[in-house]
Write a protein that binds this ligand. Structure first.
Ligand SMILES: [Zn+2]
Length: 162
């Protein structure tokens, strides 16, 4: 009774990879498996957004809605602009001067940062003077990176309501 339980070298019992391998690689097993699925209804059949009547609002009515400020950022035009900005800044972080060089690969992730946050001023989204190249590290350190601004705003609105 000493060596009961999970021991080094034991296979985890929830490891189904052998079955997955069969499903992928063994034509006979695959056929059988697919055959067994015939007549079954997929769990998501007929489920559309309209079907989910769980009261979760989307878009403007959702609690996390920030004014749709991130819309233009995901367009192709903005992507092209970020490429231009990266080139303008010579693919170098404007904060710490770090950049990728030969032998280093692309270990430094360069991102384009909005000096004035998009959600603060919509008109500055495509303004090159409002855009700056930062490495990921420096970008995260800015005070309007991602969720930080939302949290900041929540704090502000909380203080105001007090
Ligand atoms: Zn940097």
């Amino acid at each position: 009774m000493k060596n009961m339980g999970f021991q080094p070298g034991h296979e985890p019992f929830n490891d189904f990879s052998h079955i997955h391998n069969l499903q992928r690689n063994c034509p006979e097993y695959r056929k059988k498996w697919l055959e067994s699925k015939k007549g079954q209804t997929p769990w998501n059949k007929g489920l559309t957004k309209n079907f989910y009547k769980n009261g979760i609002k989307s878009g403007k009515d959702h609690g996390n809605w920030c004014g749709g400020a991130y819309g233009p950022v995901s367009t192709a035009a903005y992507k092209a602009l970020t490429k231009k900005i990266l080139k303008r800044d010579n693919y170098t972080c404007q904060e710490c001067g770090d950049h990728n060089y030969k032998g280093r690969g692309s270990s430094i992730k360069l991102e384009v940062h909005h000096v004035v946050a998009v959600s603060e001023d919509h008109s500055l989204v495509f303004e090159p003077s409002n855009l700056i190249t930062l490495c990921k590290k420096c970008h995260i350190a800015t005070d309007n990176y991602g969720v930080k601004l939302i949290n900041k705003r929540r704090k502000l609105s909380k203080n105001q309501s007090r």
